[in-house]
Design a protein around this ligand. Structure first.
Ligand SMILES: *[C@@H]1O[C@H](CO)[C@@H](O)[C@H](O)[C@H]1NC(C)=O
Ligand SMILES: *[C@@H]1O[C@H](CO)[C@@H](O)[C@H](O)[C@H]1NC(C)=O
Ligand SMILES: [Zn+2]
Ligand SMILES: [Zn+2]
Length: 618
């Protein structure tokens, strides 16, 4: 049998196929008609086929229209921007801050993940796929900003001096995007992994001349200031600033019970542990306003938290609870919500020069970023996500020259992969060991350290010099720095400072179309301007109200409201305040480090009998 003898389409005969319709199909395909005398049956059949074809065509058209409509709903997700380029309709904004995350943090984390998970060279973070620009971060008082001036640029859209909590260089308050959003009818939230009174979250709902006034900031954040309550949901750490000084676990200088004030005067629901936090959902959903203070100070680094995940939630867990609660609470409103989520401790890992802790912080933030994207895709309300850093921390380099000979082009992620704890945790464990019995022999200490180094950092090639340095460490250069340095050297990761640096940081968004004003290179204050533009906020009106009502921006009783600044306020040319300022507990020892608690802890430990300088405890 030759090819030409086969029907055009070779197909098996079946009970449903007749010679007739095979002929018809061939005729259609070849364009040559075949003639069969029409029969009565064939006529009815033709009518039947016609009706069937008509119905099928109608069905296809309907399906196509429905499908078109569905896709256009998908495509019409503009993030809340109207055709004229102005924001329109009900919309949500999620603003994420990756505190202290510079461009090298991304490269290091990407390399680390590829290495540890055996992923290909083109495997990147979710953040990487959403890069839209970069931000210039200098403040008015320094080429290197701190988090307070950085967050003031985000919250008010103005640059200010290092240490400023939403006040301008003349110490007058500036209205924040969160305050203005609340006034405009949006619901609002703050989620952080550090103290909720720390500089970044503080700038959205408080005003203070100095970031150290965390007791004052705690009061303002629950609504105890002229504007009343402006935050609907707060989740993070920093409980100690809300408890009266008569209570165990307080770090307040006075006896004000801020938790009781929040509950009784401002109607907050309060939870202080993860079990109760997890139960909120079971008990009929999160009720707002909610104050969830889930750690005394910081939530542990992600690398340590995974070992105690029954006690502390992750950044994405907290973010998801806030998103769900705010979405539900604005369900029947014509206004959406504003939520700030901070990966706070990327910065702390930078201050500690701890690359192992940092890669896990960045991955946790990336995961939270992905969770927000997923929320935006599913939620019926339009919304956008913008994420950026306030500055870089550590002067991180994914390279380090350890010898005089020309450097090898290598860094070793495997060293970071071997660590199961942060240098901070190591230092705590070491401190506990020393305190548990003060009279250990040097041999016992060495043995303990070698055990800790193996189990906590996966370092087995330690030298006796390294062990001795830790045993003899002084608070000014504490064990946590030495542990971190052991990892960094072995990984060939470099650091230029225990403070911040001036490098530009990245800006990310759910889509470049969602944040057209932030595409390219910008001043950090433009980020604040953009948030105000997107939510269509009147920051000036809030500023005027704060000034008229006289918000208290200093915890010093001799200083009156900023509405009528005293001479003392105006004399503050420098952000550190005048020499010998009584509220400055570190006196002349002020360094940038103190602003993240690290220096304070070291100093406290140096002064107390615990002379180990073991750093922060959770
Ligand atoms: C607690 O705060 C009160 C002021 O509210 C102060 O008088 C007292 O000295 C403080 N106590 C301690 C132990 O700091
Ligand atoms: C990781 O730890 C193991 C021992 O647990 C050690 O043999 C190995 O050399 C370490 N790897 C690196 C890259 O440090
Ligand atoms: Zn910062
Ligand atoms: Zn910092």
């Amino acid at each position: 049998m030759t090819r030409s003898e086969e029907p055009l389409l070779a197909r098996p005969t079946s009970p449903n196929s007749s010679v007739d319709n095979i002929d018809e199909e061939d005729a259609l395909l070849t364009g040559q008609s075949i003639h069969h005398p029409p029969s009565k049956f064939a006529r009815w059949r033709e009518i039947g086929v016609f009706v069937w074809a008509l119905l099928a065509t109608v069905a296809v058209v309907i399906l196509a229209v429905v499908y078109q409509h569905e896709t256009s709903i998908q495509q019409r997700r503009t993030g809340g921007w109207g055709p004229d380029g102005n924001p329109t309709g009900k919309r949500n904004m999620i603003f994420m801050v990756s505190d202290g995350m510079g461009p090298t943090s991304l490269a290091m984390t990407r390399n680390f993940r590829q290495h540890t998970s055996g992923l290909p060279i083109d495997d990147i973070l979710v953040l990487d796929r959403h890069l839209i620009g970069s931000s210039r971060t200098r403040s008015t008082s320094s080429l290197i900003t701190d988090s307070a001036a950085g967050a003031t640029a985000f919250s008010c859209g103005f640059k200010s001096y290092n240490g400023a909590i939403s006040v301008l260089p003349d110490h007058t308050p500036c209205g924040s995007v969160l305050e203005a959003a609340k006034k405009a009818g949006y619901m609002t939230g703050l989620v952080v992994t550090t103290r909720i009174t720390d500089a970044t979250p503080a700038c959205f709902a408080a005003h203070a001349n100095r970031r150290e006034y965390e007791d004052l900031i705690a009061e303002q954040m629950i609504g105890h200031y002229p504007l009343g309550r402006v935050v609907d949901i707060m989740i993070g750490g920093g409980r100690c600033h809300f408890l009266p000084n008569t209570t165990e676990g307080s770090c307040r200088a006075d006896s004000t019970d801020v938790v009781a004030l929040a509950q009784e005067k401002y109607g907050f629901h309060y939870v202080d542990n993860k079990a109760d936090f997890d139960n909120l959902e079971a008990e009929g959903g999160v009720k707002l306003p909610l104050l969830a203070l889930l750690a005394s100070t910081d939530i542990p680094y992600e690398i340590d938290r995974v070992h105690v995940s029954d006690i502390y939630p992750s950044e994405s867990e907290m973010a998801e609870v806030a998103l769900k609660a705010l979405s539900a609470a604005t369900k029947d409103s014509d206004k959406g919500f504003f939520l700030m989520i901070e990966g706070s401790r990327i910065d702390h890992a930078g201050h500690g020069n701890d690359p192992a802790a940092q890669v896990h912080e960045v991955m946790a933030h990336d995961k939270a970023f992905a969770a927000v994207l997923k929320f935006l895709e599913k939620d019926t309300t339009e919304g956008i996500l913008v994420s950026t850093s306030d500055h870089e921390t550590g002067g991180l380099a994914a390279a380090r020259q350890l010898h005089q000979t020309y450097p090898m082009y290598r860094w070793y992620p495997g060293v970071l992969a071997n660590a199961s704890h942060s240098a901070e945790w190591m230092s705590s464990a070491w401190g506990e060991y020393l305190h548990s019995s003060p009279d250990r022999s040097r041999e016992d200490k060495s043995a303990k350290l070698s055990e800790l180094l193996k189990s906590g950092l996966g370092i087995v090639d330690y030298t006796q010099d390294e062990i001795d340095a830790i045993i003899d460490a002084k608070p000014i250069w504490p064990p946590s720095y030495l542990f971190a340095d052991m990892i960094s050297r072995r990984a060939q990761i470099g650091w230029s400072t225990h403070g911040h640096s001036a490098v530009d940081v990245n800006i990310y968004a759910s889509s470049p179309d969602h944040a057209p004003g932030l595409v390219g290179n910008h001043e950090n204050s433009e980020v604040g301007e953009f948030i105000a533009e997107y939510l269509d906020l009147d920051l000036g009106a809030v500023t005027e109200e704060l000034k008229a009502k006289g918000v208290k921006t200093s915890s010093s009783t001799s200083t009156s409201s900023s509405g009528s600044s005293t001479n003392q306020d105006q004399d503050w040319g420098e952000w550190m305040g005048p020499p010998g300022l009584p509220v400055n507990e570190n006196g002349p020892l002020v360094h940038l480090d103190e602003y993240h608690g690290d220096f304070k802890h070291r100093k406290r430990e140096a002064e107390s009998s615990l002379d180990c300088g073991c750093g922060l405890k959770h």
